[in-house]
Design a protein around this ligand. Structure first.
Ligand code: ATP
Ligand code: MG
Length: 443
């Protein structure tokens, strides 16, 4: 059953009233038919962009991609993207079609769409319009290219990664002809822009069937992530591990929260392992220093994918710390929360839990420790315990009044006091802190 929001129905009605065809299209139709929540409703219309603008001339309106036929209109709270029926030209730069031409034919518009399940249209009056059998493929749970797969992948190589993304997110198999074409054309991914790859990769990694997709299509992903290849089939010769490094990685990705920093940290956390492998006299495998080695590789990968700013930093810190072991003690947990920030500490524990789930079930008992760390950390937050200089009960001016000299002396004393508050050997009370500061100074 497809239920359109009022503002979408209004938009369709207004376009119809001016003599144009108009439908909800793509992801919203697909997800409605799958009874999944719909994020945004896209509208497709036979009106040309200028005609769409005229129909909504009394509304807030932005020419989002007028060259590509998209006008964004506000009829309520959320924006609606209204795109004219169009036929795409080539994507020679791997970013956007070089040219688009508009058409009055729904079928032509449907034919430019990537997969049958994405090429369905719906309007309350007309019902479902499904020129390429998308509904049947939804029922069969398969991803099938619209038209000739090879040709479609050559028009836009990103579709190769999109097929994997939809396969991962919905747990659908890729139809066999589409699949062979995709493997045959995988090198096309080399010329796709980092921004487009990144967006699809993150959706793929957050999919419920990511484990299958990462392990079955590693060769395809390796076109733009070649560092994944050495993980494939890499036998760890280690009692903690029952999987090769790639499968282990895939299980970790599957078991972390769907959030860019955690997904990427999971994907790259062991990417340095093959380079660090050694076997001891007993025949056991070791990966000394692999976390740092993974950080070094991940830095390059993140740069290549143009992942910058806070997410990049978080990913690298998570990878660097993923294999550090510490006890589930309040003072240790607080030290790590202070070092990482509480939010990143919780993410580190999530990564560690995922990592554990990817290992031999013989060690699953360690999960209790990780749960305990989370409980402790939540309790520290609930009690609003001091974790940083800003919540220490004294500050720099207090120390200056005691006669400390400005600068280094103040800074280092405050840090020493914070450390003692964190390890529980000193209460976060002004009097106690001042007394301790005095005695530190005398020493
Ligand atoms: P999501 O739930 O991620 O928004 P979606 O199907 O809406 O999924 P979008 O990337 O928003 O995906 O694209 C909207 C629609 O545009 C798709 O359903 C598809 O019909 C079409 N489309 C998007 N990208 C391509 C592409 N590279 N080639 C062909 N058609 C595409
Ligand atoms: Mg969409």
């Amino acid at each position: 059953m497809i239920v359109l929001p009022e503002e979408v129905k209004t938009a369709l009605d207004r376009l119809n009233a001016s003599g144009f065809e108009a439908y909800a299209v793509g992801g919203c139709v697909r997800d409605s038919l799958l009874s999944l929540p719909v994020r945004d409703y896209d509208i497709s219309t036979s009106a040309l962009p200028e005609e769409t603008k005229a129909v909504f001339s009394d509304c807030r309106l932005v020419e989002t991609g007028i060259r590509h036929g998209t006008v964004t209109v506000w009829l309520g709270e959320s924006p609606l993207e209204i795109t004219s029926y169009r036929v795409d030209g080539l994507y020679s730069d791997g970013r956007r079609p070089d040219s688009v031409s508009f058409t009055r034919s729904l079928r032509e518009d449907a034919a430019r769409r990537d997969f049958t399940v994405n090429a369905m249209y719906y309007a309350p009056k007309e019902g479902l319009i499904d020129p390429f059998g998308g509904q049947e493929d939804l029922n069969k749970r398969i991803i099938r290219a619209v038209g000739e797969p090879i040709k479609r992948f050559h028009e836009d190589g990103l579709r190769i990664l999109r097929a994997l993304r939809f396969s991962s997110v919905y747990g659908f198999a890729i139809e066999s002809e589409t699949e062979s074409a995709l493997r045959e054309s995988k090198e096309l991914l080399q010329s796709i822009s980092a921004e487009r790859l990144q967006a699809e990769l993150l959706k793929l990694l957050g999919g419920k069937d990511v484990r299958r997709v990462l392990t079955s299509y590693a060769d395809v992903l390796a076109v733009f992530l070649p560092e994944l290849l050495p993980l494939h089939g890499f036998d760890q010769k280690n009692k903690y591990h029952i999987h090769d490094v790639l499968t282990h990685t895939a299980v970790v990705v599957e078991n972390v929260e769907n959030k860019p920093s955690l997904l990427l940290a999971a994907l790259f956390h062991d990417i340095g392992k093959p380079a660090c492998f050694s076997v001891d006299k007993k025949g056991f495998g070791h990966f000394y220093g692999h976390a740092e080695a993974s950080v070094a590789i991940a830095e390059k990968l993140l740069d290549r994918l143009k992942i910058s700013g806070a997410v990049r930093q978080e990913v690298l810190t998570l990878i660097r710390c993923h294999d550090i072991r510490f006890p589930a003690q309040r003072k240790t947990v607080k030290k790590w929360m202070a070092k990482l920030t509480p939010a990143l500490f919780f993410d580190l524990i999530k990564l560690k839990k995922g990592d554990l789930l990817g290992q031999s079930p013989a060690y699953i008992g360690e999960m209790a420790e990780l749960n305990r760390m989370e409980e402790l950390a939540s309790d520290v937050l609930a009690k609003q315990e001091c974790l940083s200089l800003s919540s220490l009960a004294i500050n720099g001016s207090d120390l200056l009044s005691l006669g400390f000299s400005q600068g280094k002396e103040v800074g280092s004393t405050l840090n020493q006091l914070l450390e003692r508050v964190l390890d529980g050997s000193l209460p976060n009370e002004k009097d106690d802190l001042l007394r301790e500061a005095e005695s530190l100074r005398r020493r």
